[in-house]
Design a protein around this ligand. Structure first.
Ligand SMILES: Cc1cc2nc3c(=O)[nH]c(=O)nc-3n(C[C@H](O)[C@H](O)[C@H](O)COP(=O)(O)OP(=O)(O)OC[C@H]3O[C@@H](n4cnc5c(N)ncnc54)[C@H](O)[C@@H]3O)c2cc1C
Length: 327
């Protein structure tokens, strides 16, 4: 039994989703007793960066680096990963359940006739039967799914698994192998890439500060961003806020938006409709700030502040800055 991890990079850097997937892959390999290998795909990943994967217990990396990977194609990525799986006789393949993972993992599953647990949050308790827990109903519930196909694929929900400290399980013998499979023609064309540089990526964020219609207008978002900056957090919003064009749609969380699971979610001027909570209720701690003490969010929140956001948020930001400067 052999475990293959797709270590996703963002502009040549391996961030938290890759570290989580590698930690999961290492622990899965311990359970199955098989070797562990990672595959990386990109056009600008430096060898030093790939070496870092060894610090997460991965002894071998198949490195597919080529200009062809400068723009993302799910079809091409799936071909590379499926070929890597065949080369390594992989019985288990681990993805991050990110935008990339969501589009590539099902294609690999089709190519390898493999069962897929998308959005998994646990390791299997045993190699056979292979049963993992995954989220369902927009994160409102969990289901235990059994994969019975010879090749098993898991895409790991972001922030659902711990990450080794770099070096905690350093691989003794680490090697990078160039990997150049034959590529199909791309079936997609990337016309435009919009980058949100300098900001914390919402799905990876440990802390998220989110605003709703209670903020009255886009001109008031400065205080949401100031609180997010003080905390090193990403910003998010409710659906109507994105629909009205106050914030970009990629910040909209909820049933019809992004599902997130940060350690801390701060909801400012958000009523707590069920469709909103569907996307955020996996947060470890939720704080609601709302003028209406009957707002449904207070039922779901761990902490609540009944008050005017325009009064509370600047004070909170100031207090956090002072706390941080004192340490
Ligand atoms: C099929 C479907 C899918 C949907 N999907 C989503 C989704 O994915 N995500 C989502 O968010 N919604 C979704 N919705 C919409 C959802 O039902 C709610 O309408 C929406 O979440 C409400 O947004 P809100 O809380 O920002 O606004 P409101 O419901 O208008 O609430 C604003 C809140 O701000 C408070 N407030 C007002 N002034 C202040 C102040 N000065 N300080 C502090 N608090 C203040 C108010 O008391 C109120 O609780 C969906 C709806 C449907 C039907």
């Amino acid at each position: 039994m052999s475990v293959l991890v797709f270590a996703e990079n963002w502009e040549g850097k391996f961030k938290k989703p890759a570290q989580e997937a590698l930690t999961y892959g290492y622990e899965l390999a311990q359970k199955t007793g098989g070797p562990l290998c990672a595959v990386v795909i990109g056009h600008n990943i430096q060898g030093d960066e790939i070496n870092k994967l060894g610090a997460y217990g991965c002894p071998k990396v198949l490195s597919a680096i080529a200009p062809a990977f400068a723009s993302f194609s799910a079809n091409i990525y799936a071909t590379v990963i499926a070929d890597a799986a065949k080369k390594e006789n992989a019985t288990h393949i681990v993805f991050s359940h990110t935008y990339t993972g969501k589009s590539v993992a099902p294609r690999v599953a089709v190519k390898l006739q493999a069962g897929l647990a998308a959005g998994a949050v646990s390791l299997p308790s045993s190699p056979e039967p292979f049963i993992v827990r995954k989220k369902c109903f927009s994160g409102k519930g969990f289901t235990d799914v059994q994969i019975s196909s010879p090749v098993k694929i898991v895409s790991l929900s972001p922030n659902s698994h711990h990450v080794f400290a770099a070096g905690e399980h350093k691989a003794a013998d680490f090697k990078i192998e160039e990997f150049n499979p034959a590529l199909p023609a791309s079936d997609t064309t990337v016309n435009e890439v919009k980058k949100t540089s300098g900001k914390v990526v919402l799905t990876e964020a440990e802390i998220v500060v989110s605003g709703g219609r209670g903020l009255k207008g886009p001109e008031n978002w400065g205080m949401v961003e100031a609180l997010a900056d003080a905390l090193g957090a990403a910003t998010a919003c409710s659906k109507p806020v994105a629909d009205m064009g106050w914030r970009p749609h990629h910040e909209h969380v909820g049933q019809t938006g992004i599902t997130i699971a940060p350690n801390l979610y701060i909801a400012i001027g958000i009523s707590g409709a069920i469709q909103h909570l569907a996307g955020v209720s996996s947060s470890k701690v939720m704080v609601a700030i709302n003028t209406d003490k009957e707002a449904p969010f207070f039922q779901a929140a761990d902490y609540g502040i009944i008050g005017d956001a325009f009064d509370v948020v600047p004070k909170l930001t100031e207090a956090i800055k002072q706390l941080k400067s004192a340490h």
